[in-house]
Design a protein around this ligand. Structure first.
Ligand code: P6P
Length: 338
């Protein structure tokens, strides 16, 4: 890639296609459909205050959370874009209790399954805070040509072949990995093209930002409480006290920590006994990205991508970001077991 010319996402996919061992262009085509859907969702988000898509849709998703109109729109948009590709045989979404099997003729030889949170943090839309789409891609493990099965989706995060997110913020970025590093593309809205703006993203091994909802302090495990106090103590040698930054939108907090260094923690608590975040389509894809960028992701005790999922929407405690900061927090979890 010539470093002094712009590189579009499409050009990047062509140039790096050979890095993907199975590729005969399927993964590139799949990522292209995510690119398309991301542009469409971005357009709607950017006019949310104008069009009648603010507020909730009057329905609840399977999580029992009020479905925001843009949640539904994003889910429908990504589902349609992925269904229109012959590479995908099934999709699991935060917005649907069961996975969706794609069984039209074009899917007869499909080898990929996609899991996604179509619009994470959507409750922030009405107050103009960044939101994001998170996606995770696996190769199916049941025979090609047969209907996709639940086991195709319940693979550990270590089996992902690609993962990424789109952050709809001050600019719209698509950040993804296929296991060969992490690259970030910024949407140029004047021409509707994603341009390579952050090649080979690396998460600083250390930072001074901790992201956690301290309003839940009383509900946290002892190790997390002790770590929060550690972050707040004065110790100039280790650049403490750290800075607290919590946007309340996972993709935004993750993206900032990926670039600047930092740790995001959503632990178990009496309010969320298993944690709040979803293992399959929130924790695992971001874990793949952070490890590819030199960072770390765990549930406080073990590598998150080693967990064998038992159900589509299972939750997990989540510690993700700069390796040394995640390890600091893990040390407190070991020292003060709940
Ligand atoms: P709380 C949004 O609902 C989300 O899933 C993440 O995007 C965000 O980091 C977290 O929940 C915020 O949860 O309980 O702190 O409001």
């Amino acid at each position: 890639m010539n470093s002094n010319t712009t590189c579009t996402l499409g050009e990047f996919l062509v140039a790096t296609q050979s890095e993907f061992p199975y590729a005969k262009g399927e993964l590139s085509a799949l990522l292209s459909s995510i690119r398309l859907a991301g542009k469409v969702v971005n357009r709607e988000i950017n006019k949310a205050g104008i069009a009648d898509i603010l507020g909730d849709a009057g329905a609840e998703n399977i999580q029992g959370e009020a479905q925001m109109k843009l949640d539904v729109y994003a889910d429908e948009t990504f589902t349609k874009a992925l269904r229109n590709r012959g590479e995908v045989c099934g999709l699991a979404s935060e917005e649907h209790e069961d996975f969706i099997a794609f069984q039209d003729n074009i899917h007869a030889n499909a080898t990929y399954v996609v899991l996604m949170d179509p619009l994470d943090g959507s409750s922030n839309i009405d107050v103009n805070v960044s939101v994001g789409t998170i996606f995770s891609i696996y190769r199916r493990i049941t025979p090609v040509g047969t209907p996709v099965q639940l086991e195709d989706f319940l693979q550990p995060g270590s089996k992902q072949v690609a993962a990424g997110y789109i952050v709809y913020g001050s600019s719209t970025m698509l950040v993804f990995t296929t296991g060969h590093g992490v690259n970030g593309f910024t949407l140029d809205p004047s021409i509707g093209v994603f341009i390579l703006s952050h090649p080979n993203m690396q998460c600083p091994p250390y930072g001074n930002i901790y992201s956690i909802n301290e309003g839940n302090y009383v509900h946290f495990p002892e190790g997390v409480k002790k770590y929060i106090k550690y972050c707040q103590e004065l110790d100039t040698a280790s650049n403490r006290p750290y800075t607290s930054r919590y946007i309340g939108s996972l993709v935004s907090d993750f993206h900032r920590n990926l670039i600047k260094g930092g740790v995001y923690i959503y632990p178990t608590g009496t309010k969320s006994p298993k944690g709040k975040l979803r293992l399959l389509y929130e924790c695992n894809p971001l874990a793949f990205l952070i490890e590819q960028a030199g960072g770390k992701a765990s549930n406080g005790l073990q590598r998150i991508m080693d967990i064998k999922p038992e159900s589509l929407h299972e939750r997990a405690p989540y510690f993700v970001g700069s390796t040394q900061m995640v390890e600091e927090a893990e040390e407190f979890m070991r020292k003060y077991p709940s």
